[in-house]
Design a protein around this ligand. Structure first.
Ligand SMILES: Nc1ncnc2c1ncn2[C@@H]1O[C@H](COP(=O)(O)OP(=O)(O)OP(=O)(O)O)[C@@H](O)[C@H]1O
Length: 906
């Protein structure tokens, strides 16, 4: 069944992955001991990197073209055509220029956003475990080559097509065939005719291992793998717009529709005011162009992308842009304990032996019971200490602690010896919370079991050196350890007389308890502060752990979760709860430690919380956590200790596995959302001073000449305004960001308060100021209502200066608006005038551009401006301060009101 789709000269085409193993090893020039490092490097050059190549790299011409078919661009095209046919060619050209500039700007922003997201891949390099130079190593997945010996275990993503040579695994093939139920694959299965995907001993790149462990030899990599063939056929998927982007796009549409309606409604008004058709049409177009918020959407996409990039730098890689905004409204964090709240660096500190009771874990090397306990615990493991056949050490930190204990007491054996003595493994099962192995000790097969004490105890019938089993004594010991925050493991064994057990049930019976091992795993630095910050930000934290309740509660208490005595709900109690009872439980204000919980419990808790309207961030690291991670609003996986499967199911991956990073990500999410509101406010605010001049002209029936030209509006919207708006997207966090409650999930970015502030306060203030400046300039020149101001009339120059005053006045007011928009509640003093450098540069650019329009003669002709003498400039000088000052006052009043509200309630 060799494939024939590749070019004949490609080295991978000759390989038939289903030939007998010996022939396959020969053809691949490899052996079960793996390739040497140098040979692998050479093959990498010959076969190329193991990655999927994206076809059709030159997408940008199409994307640029897309910008012109955007509905808003089409609307502006219609406006340009109207201007053209009504005989206003300069306006038509100007509107087309607007479209071009806008498209270029939006395109650049989108490209930058895309680049930011693509760069994230570098933060999460896919890795695989392979045997190179005879030892197990972690290899970057793109450097795997045919002939490599690959180790695959539960939770791993399979990184290349491979043939199993040892072991058995369950594989989720959904990436290739869409079916979610895992299938069994095992080494040594006989080849059967049929599709390659159904071959019993083949693994495929892009699939995931959901159980078991196996060794395989890599047969194909990169575009030669099955998924490579599929990738070559299908093109990349477009990312969905985020809720925020959808919201903004909807708002943009509504505003555009209003703009068109207003434009159309004022057409007859313009005619009534004595305008000709041509002038009335350009008047209507002016209104439309002034109101359509053209650049809003790409600016928001970029703000989200910048947020994503920043989060990645802080240790949280977010996979969807929309996650940034969801993060900001998180109300509940459900966190694991081990490795997230704690360091995940375990160390055995106490032992409990049936004869001697509690003893320290060090200095007991002469005690045969302690040695037996440590040796059994070490035998019942799959981890390897650093230097023991694997460069960095591998496996579960709990097991590493046990291996270290055995080594310290002098009973350690190498991984190779341990594995050679092994007859069977029943892997750790997070549901039953124990694992067992069958190993040959001095020629006798022995079952070794370790796990959660109550789980192991259920399989025991005796205690070493004593008769019977004193459960009460054990529980007392366990509770003492737990109260000190120690993690406890029980270890038991049984010699096997008869055949080697093939199932868990037959292995894990009639065991003899050897003792307990208590380990410390202290809370991470900074977690307690992060918990305080999360509380301050109105979030609740539940701990969902597989560990024992009192142990987890003690750790929770130390970091400040759940108060002095956190409430514990054990897995068994949770299982007995009805949906309603669980809903009621999580609806309260308590922070709960869900102990001894199963992955299913995570899903139930998540569902209950979401049903209660909470926005849930949920951590997880195992294969079984994937459903809960997908179901949560923000699934958070661990980048270091988590499985590939969990990482793929999650929305956010913590590259440092640290709880504090979640809280920092929430902080960043809130800030991005706030900043989007800031520039929306800024962009909306100018609409009023731009529309009011037209209204005054129309309503005065032409007695007052048009105070602002359409081209001047365009100069503001597209020239002076853009950089400060972008800079507002980079504002540092406002004080109080993390001391206010989470944003209600339904709350839109554009709400009534924002509109009232933009249009009502900032907009109206600006409109009053600029109209005042316009009329004063005319008045001082001797103009009285109705006097002609057209070209050739004596007042024409004064009229040009007056419109320039309107134009420059709007710019001056927008400078004030930009400063005001920097904070939503806080005073400017609280953040400092110069804390956003970009904004300062943006304002300098804005002023320089305005000066060019006013004083450069060629631009004067195009934009209908005239040079302003110093006394008129002096008139504009207070405008920014007035606009900012009024908003500052409004914010002060609001702060006072909100500060007083709680005391008024209590
Ligand atoms: N490798 C292992 N072998 C045997 N038993 C284990 C092993 N790892 C953990 N256990 C036992 O199972 C219990 C649950 O472990 P699990 O890994 O599900 O959760 P956890 O690591 O304690 O907590 P969290 O869910 O917060 O990460 C532990 O308290 C311990 O008693």
């Amino acid at each position: 069944m060799a494939r024939t789709t590749y070019p004949a000269d490609d080295p991978q085409t000759a390989i038939d992955e289903q030939e007998p193993l010996t022939a396959l090893f020969r053809d691949l020039r490899t052996s079960p001991a793996g390739l040497g490092g140098r040979e692998a490097a050479r093959r990498l050059i010959v076969y190329g990197p193991n990655e999927l190549v994206r076809r059709g790299g030159r997408r940008w011409p199409r994307e640029l073209l897309n910008q012109f078919t955007q509905p808003l661009a089409v609307l502006l095209f219609v406006a340009a055509a109207l201007a053209w046919f009504s005989g206003n060619a300069p306006l038509a050209v100007a509107v087309v220029a607007v479209i071009l500039l806008n498209a270029a700007f939006a395109f650049m922003q989108e490209m930058q956003a895309e680049k930011a997201v693509e760069a994230l891949a570098a933060y999460l390099p896919a890795t695989a475990r392979a045997i190179r130079d005879g030892i197990e190593r972690t290899v970057v997945a793109r450097e795997l080559v045919p002939g490599d010996i690959l180790l695959v275990a539960e939770g791993d993503r399979v990184c290349a097509d491979a043939r199993l040579i040892d072991g058995a695994v369950a594989i989720d093939l959904s990436a290739l065939n869409g079916e979610s139920a895992p299938v069994a694959r095992a080494a040594g299965a006989a080849a059967q005719p049929g599709p390659l995907l159904e071959a019993q001993d083949l693994l495929f790149s892009g699939t995931a291992c959901t159980a078991g462990a196996a060794t395989a030899v890599v047969t194909r990599t990169g575009m030669h793998s099955e998924i490579g063939r599929i990738a070559a056929l299908s093109q990349r998927v477009r990312t969905e717009p985020s809720p925020l982007e959808r919201q903004i796009s909807r708002a943009t549409w509504i505003i555009a529709a209003v703009a068109v309606l207003v434009g159309a409604a004022f057409l007859p008004l313009g005619l009534l005011a004595g305008l000709g058709w041509a002038a009335a049409v350009s008047f209507a177009i002016g209104l439309i162009v002034a109101n359509v918020p053209e650049g809003l959407l790409p600016t928001i996409t970029l703000a989200l992308a910048v947020g994503v990039r920043e989060l990645a730098r802080r240790g949280a890689v977010v996979k969807r842009l929309s996650a940034v905004e969801t993060l900001g409204s998180t109300t509940v964090i459900c966190t694991d304990k081990t490795g997230t709240l704690t360091e995940n660096r375990m160390r055995a500190v106490r032992l409990w032996l049936p004869g001697a009771g509690d003893v320290p874990a060090t200095g007991v090397a002469a005690d045969p019971d302690a040695l037996a306990l440590a040796a059994a615990a070490a035998a019942c493991s799959t981890a390897r200490l650093p230097g023991d056949g694997a460069a960095e050490g591998s496996g579960d930190p709990t097991e590493l602690a046990l291996l270290r204990l055995a080594a310290d007491l002098g009973t350690g054996v190498s991984g190779r010896e341990r594995d050679a003595a092994r007859a069977a493994v029943f892997a750790f099962d997070a549901r039953i919370k124990r694992m067992s192995t069958v190993d040959r000790v001095n020629g006798v097969a022995v079952v070794h079991t370790k796990g959660a004490p109550e789980s192991v105890l259920a399989c025991c019938t005796a205690m070493a050196g004593t008769t019977g089993l004193d459960g009460a004594q054990l529980t007392a010991a366990m509770d003492r350890y737990a109260a000190a925050g120690l993690r406890v493991l029980a270890v038991a064994q049984r010699p096997v007389d008869g055949p080697i057990p093939t199932g868990r049930e037959t292995a894990e019976t009639e065991l003899t308890l050897l003792g307990l091992i208590a380990m410390v795993d202290p809370p991470r630095d900074g977690v307690a502060d992060a918990v305080t910050a999360a509380h301050g930000a109105g979030m609740r934290i539940h701990v969902i752990t597989g560990d024992y309740g009192p142990t987890a509660a003690e750790i929770a208490r130390r970091v400040g979760i759940g108060g002095a005595a956190p409430r514990i709900v054990a897995g068994a109690d949770l299982d007995r709860m009805s949906e309603q009872e669980l809903d009621d439980l999580v609806a309260g204000t308590d922070e709960i430690v869900f102990a001894r919980s199963s992955p299913e419990a995570k899903l139930r808790i998540c569902e209950a919380l979401r049903a209660g309207g909470e926005i849930v961030a949920m951590t997880g690291d195992g294969v079984n956590d994937a459903p809960a991670l997908r179901h949560a609003d923000i699934g958070v996986a661990m980048g270091r200790s988590g499985t590939d499967v969990a990482r793929e199911a999650a929305t956010m991956v913590l590259t440092d596995d640290n709880f504090t990073t979640i809280v920092r990500a929430v902080d960043a999410g809130r800030r991005v959302f706030d900043n989007v509101r800031k520039f929306v406010l800024y962009i909306f605010a100018h609409a009023v001073p731009e529309v009011v001049p037209f209204l005054i002209y129309a309503l005065s029936g032409g007695l007052i000449p048009l105070p602002l030209t359409v081209l001047q509006i365009l100069a503001i919207d597209l020239g002076t305004e853009t950089l400060p708006a972008l800079a507002l997207g980079r504002e540092p966090a406002e004080p109080g960001l993390m001391t206010r409650p989470p944003r209600p999930p339904g709350a839109g970015v554009i709400d009534r308060r924002l509109l009232a502030r933009a249009w009502g306060l900032l907009g109206v203030t600006s409109a009053v100021l600029v109209m005042g400046a316009f009329l004063l300039t005319l008045w001082q020149a001797g103009w009285r209502p109705g006097d002609p101001t057209g070209p050739g009339s004596p007042l024409h120059h004064a009229y040009l200066q007056a419109t320039t005053m309107t134009f420059a006045g709007i710019v001056a007011c927008q400078v004030g608006t930009a400063i005001a928009a920097r904070t939503d509640r806080a005073s400017l003093r609280a953040i400092g005038l110069f804390s956003n450098r970009l904004l300062i540069y943006g304002i300098i650019f804005e002023l320089a551009f305005t000066a060019a329009l006013i004083y450069a003669p060629p631009l004067q002709t195009v934009f209908g401006t005239a040079a302003l003498p110093p006394q008129q400039l002096a008139l504009l000088l207070p405008f920014p301060f007035i606009v900012w000052g009024i908003d500052e006052l409004a914010r002060w009043i609001r702060r006072r009101q909100t500060d007083q509200t709680p005391s008024a309630v209590s």
